[in-house]
Write a protein that binds this ligand. Structure first.
Ligand SMILES: Cc1cc2nc3c(=O)[nH]c(=O)nc-3n(C[C@H](O)[C@H](O)[C@H](O)COP(=O)(O)O)c2cc1C
Length: 264
């Protein structure tokens, strides 16, 4: 590293630390779980006005069921046709990325989902910028994972342009039939894993997006992960605050992905 800038070097060092494991830290830390503090909610409830029930019957939408072929054909796809996704196809993508299969534990406090997550903490919320899904007006939606339902949060004037601007000027994302945006609520994982939680959440979200990629391949869609975005603009489009915080309800954008039908 020959940047010559001490401040840059110290930032690199700080950020590399997040990639390490601190289970064996020498600082004495008692997690909020061990201290008997109540577990934070497993998902965020009812922000919107219109509730849209989703089906769990995916029998008729899979066009490619050959696992090896799915693995081999997966690429990042950024060009989408004008075709709309059906609501059942969108439902399948939500199910395969964050669907709740079971709630376990003596106090029914952990969700078992279609993706793994450290300690089954599942610290994410899923938001959608919708442009082309049958039966849904364009706007910002939120997935109610526990109920497998969608809620409309708001319609956004000049949605495609504002989303493009917030997500690195990437017009294919702003104009995609569906833009998935995942936020993280770090305290869900920190409640148990304290200083290891931030790394775990970053590992967890990779599984979510990979399931999206493979599920898209299975239904004739394509996906492209989006890591380049403007934190403040993206958070503010979702009505969230980007300021540094250690509040238990602190929530911010962590990752996104464009989804659309692709030409045969
Ligand atoms: C964490 C991450 C962030 C990414 N961010 C972007 C992005 O902002 N814009 C984009 O066009 N592609 C993005 N990609 C897609 C990569 O460019 C792509 O995965 C890579 O070029 C390999 O191509 P493949 O996915 O077709 O195998 C991202 C991928 C990952 C895993």
């Amino acid at each position: 590293m020959d940047n010559g800038n001490q401040n840059y070097k110290s930032q690199i060092m700080q950020r590399r630390e997040v990639m390490k494991s601190y289970s064996e830290t020498d600082i004495e830390i008692v997690s909020d779980q061990s201290a008997g503090l109540p577990q934070p909610p497993m998902d965020k409830q009812c922000l919107g006005q219109k509730i849209i029930p989703l089906s769990k019957n995916f029998d008729n939408i899979i066009v490619n069921n050959d696992f090896l072929n799915l693995i081999n054909t997966r690429t990042s796809k950024r060009k989408y046709s004008d075709e709309y996704l059906s609501l059942d196809e969108l439902s399948f993508l939500l199910w395969s990325t964050q669907g709740v299969k079971d709630i376990i534990g003596r106090q029914r406090k952990a969700t078992m989902r279609t993706v793994p997550s450290a300690g089954a903490r599942h610290p994410f919320e899923t938001y959608l910028f919708i442009n082309r899904v049958e039966g849904l007006e364009p706007g910002l939606y939120h997935y109610l994972a526990l109920e497998h339902k969608l809620e409309l949060i708001k319609t956004i004037e000049d949605q495609a342009d504002r989303v493009t601007k917030a997500f690195g000027g990437q017009a294919f994302f702003g104009n995609a039939p569906v833009g998935f945006v995942w936020t993280v609520i770090p305290y869900r994982t920190e409640w148990r894993y304290t200083l290891d939680a931030q790394k775990y959440a970053l590992l967890d979200i990779g599984h979510v997006c990979q399931n999206l990629y493979l599920s898209c391949e299975a239904i004739g869609c394509g996906a492209c992960a989006i890591g380049a975005y403007d934190q403040k603009l993206a958070d503010s489009l979702l009505g969230l605050n980007s300021e540094p915080s250690c509040d238990n309800d602190n929530e911010f954008v962590i990752y996104a992905a464009a989804v659309g039908k692709v030409e045969e």
